[in-house]
Design a protein around this ligand. Structure first.
Ligand code: PMP
Length: 288
């Protein structure tokens, strides 16, 4: 496997960063998870814009322009002869000393990995996921905006560990006011009386690229959609629920904390949204 690392395409065994890299020492950096479908990178420009915004938010100078980023992302896929893949783009603060000071880091480091991703097992797309609400709360956006896709994912990882301890693959994370924010690595939607509803980014949700795609799909399907405050009650009484993410795509949820949601089976609107999503990923995107 060839990995793009700071200007070179190197073998996996040579793709190494320093122990003094602040991405490693402090989680000081930003990243993206992107999908390649049939030789097209899905919504690459949107991912790169989010990456640039994340970098700007932490005052990290992007080492490459949008055009260069596009080129190295495509070239990494080409070098590995991939047509379908999961792409991880990472920008770290770079090598510094043992103090926090990012301004002492000489220059940011950037790497691109294009590889396979293990989706949720197919049975969960067919039958729906059973998820739980975890005790760990989402970090207050005033402390660290969820819109910044930073390398500091410990909050999500604690949520993921708790989900597993409760026997679930994904979990609802509430914000510090008790409203639903999102899941550990996916956004959440409910369907209620024919309408699609998802929490706003201000509640502690990442502005997911897949989430954004669902807004376009809703328009295409003539299904009303809106952002709203969401509590667990809203999920309890929802007709349908599903999660979205570049890795997960669109996955139905049929249980929360042991309670059955809607009919207990993936719902008709979820199925329509998923089908529309699968159509879009094949035709939209940047040809590598
Ligand atoms: N929320 C979190 C915390 C995430 O890490 C992700 C990405 N896996 C998402 C939501 C979904 O975002 P996207 O659709 O851009 O992959």
């Amino acid at each position: 496997m060839k990995i793009y690392l700071d200007g070179k395409y190197v073998d996996q065994a040579d793709a190494k960063v320093s122990v003094f890299d602040h991405g490693l020492l402090y989680g000081d950096g930003v990243f993206e998870g992107i999908r390649l479908y049939g030789g097209n990178i899905f919504r690459l420009d949107e991912h790169l814009e989010r990456l640039e915004y994340s970098a700007k938010a932490i005052l990290l100078d992007m080492p490459l322009s949008r055009k260069e980023l596009t080129e190295v992302t495509c070239e990494t896929c080409r070098q590995n002869q991939l047509t379908d893949a999961y792409i991880r783009l990472v920008v770290t603060r770079g090598v510094g000393d043992l103090g926090l000071a990012p301004w002492l880091c000489a220059k940011p480091s950037i790497f691109v990995i294009a590889s396979k991703i293990a989706l949720y097992p197919q049975e969960h797309y067919d039958n729906g996921l059973a998820i739980v609400t975890v005790p760990t709360r989402r970090i207050n956006p005033a402390a660290l905006p969820a819109t910044v896709k930073s390398l500091n994912y410990l909050n999500n990882i604690l949520g993921k560990i708790e989900a597993r301890q409760f026997g679930a693959l994904e979990a609802i994370m509430l914000n510090d006011q008790g409203y639903v924010a999102e899941c550990t690595a996916d956004n959440v939607f409910i369907v209620h009386k024919g309408e699609l509803i998802t929490p706003a980014a201000s509640q502690g949700a990442l502005k997911g690229i897949t989430r954004g795609t669902i807004f376009d799909i809703a328009k295409e399907l003539n299904v009303p959609i809106r952002e709203a405050d969401m509590t667990r009650y809203d999920i309890w009484v929802a007709d349908e629920c599903f999660l979205t993410g570049s890795g997960a795509e669109v996955i139905p949820v049929v249980k929360l904390d042991g309670r059955v949601i809607g009919s207990g089976k993936p719902g008709p609107i979820t199925a329509k949204v998923l089908a529309a999503f699968r159509r879009r990923v094949l035709v939209e995107g940047t040809r590598i």
